[in-house]
Design a protein around this ligand. Sequence first.
Ligand SMILES: [Zn+2]
Length: 185
Amino acid sequence: MMDLAPDVDLKAYAVGRGIRFRDKRLSAPMRAVAWVLGLFGNRRFLTHQWTTMTPRRVFYPDALHDPRADWKPIDLDREVHGVGRLHPADLKGVLERHRPTLLHEFQHAADARRWPVLFQASYVFGPLPILGPSARVRWEARGYAWQIRLGRLSVDDVVGLIWSVYLWPLPKRWIRRIVEREVAL
Ligand SMILES: [Zn+2]
């Protein structure tokens, strides 16, 4: 089976691993999470952030549109796994535009498969000392490592992102050490 790599065929990888895509806005649990995060000031969860908690499901935000079709929402799952309305070259364009993010989410899917329970628990029990924060920083470092390898984000960017998005989980220099280690792997 195909491994994750910077130039991996994104569609073939998703099909090979049975990774399905879901529109976040259509998911009641995701809308509930969005409501809770809204209380903490995050209003971009449904509109801009991708989420992967399990080995075979990637939730995409409503920023995912097809610019050639008047920015209509794309049914990404149907496009990748079934009969979509996009020309294959256009689908490839959409996937390529989101390559850094898709690699990040595919890494989460692979980690959720490899470390079941621990992966989800570290997000749900994030506020608990040590285990929650450090495991979550590690998952995110493994995801963001792809954005760094592709030259889209710097180590500084990623340390800042993890620090702020995940509400100061660890001291910044610890986060940096974890990120640098994951990028080097
Ligand atoms: Zn992530």
